[in-house]
Design a protein. Structure first.
Ligand code: GDP
Length: 200
């Protein structure tokens, strides 16, 4: 599951503008500040990658990155800006839902959840919506170096509570992975997990 090269392909502002080839893709989704850019950079070990999507004007776009010329990492707009007006939040949701429901090459949604805080309503809503719509899901807990009990690999109560709270909306419990872009925890596991899903 080695990453040899990563190329920024394009930013799209509508699902139908996304690349039209058949390459499999993984969508990265999460609250703004969850650590999505850090996670993408840490996965591909290139600083400039997720910076592209942080440039002004690109944060509300669907950004496609081609990995090893064979599969995509898709950086979706972050949700839950604390001060966003209601109308902006609604836009986010119809825009992103359109992408999820219509993107046939989507292998799995990687929903990023900040392990350093207790379960947040907006994350639970998002996880529950994806579960009810039978999306293939992987929960990626970020900032696990900040878990209570230190840098251990055992999930603390934030993670256990989150998994408990979303249970009823999933027929099968989605896979979940603990990561830290600070310590490197979870990188190999996540890359391996994605390679298995691609070959499935
Ligand atoms: P984004 O808005 O989701 O793209 O989040 P960023 O990647 O910009 O990260 C938001 C903040 O969280 C930054 O201050 C990062 O330094 C911090 N951060 C990101 N990942 C981690 C992590 O694994 N551990 C810790 N302790 N902090 C992190």
């Amino acid at each position: 599951a080695k990453i040899k090269d990563v190329d920024f392909v394009k930013s799209s502002n509508r699902p139908k503008d996304c690349p039209k080839d058949d390459r499999p893709e993984f969508a990265m989704l999460g609250r703004s500040n969850v650590g999505k850019s850090s996670l993408i950079n840490f996965l591909v070990r290139k600083k400039e990658v997720a910076l592209t999507s942080k440039k002004p004007g690109k944060t509300q776009l669907i950004n496609h990155f081609l990995v090893n010329k064979s599969w995509y990492i898709v950086d979706l707009p972050g949700y839950g800006f604390a001060n966003a007006p209601e109308s902006a939040r609604m836009d986010w949701s119809s825009f992103t839902k359109g992408y999820f429901l219509n993107r046939e090459t989507l292998v799995s949604v990687l929903l990023l959840i900040d392990a350093s805080v207790p379960p947040q309503k907006i994350d639970l809503d998002c996880a529950n919506w994806l579960g009810r719509n039978n999306m293939s899901m992987t929960f990626v807990f970020t900032k696990c170096d900040k878990m209570k009990g230190g840098k251990g690999r055992r999930p603390d109560e934030n993670i256990r509570n989150f998994l408990e709270l979303i249970k009823e909306n999933y027929r099968q419990h989605p896979p979940w992975i603990m990561t830290s872009s600070v310590t490197g925890l979870g990188r190999d596991e996540l890359l391996f997990h994605m390679s298995q899903l691609r070959n499935y």
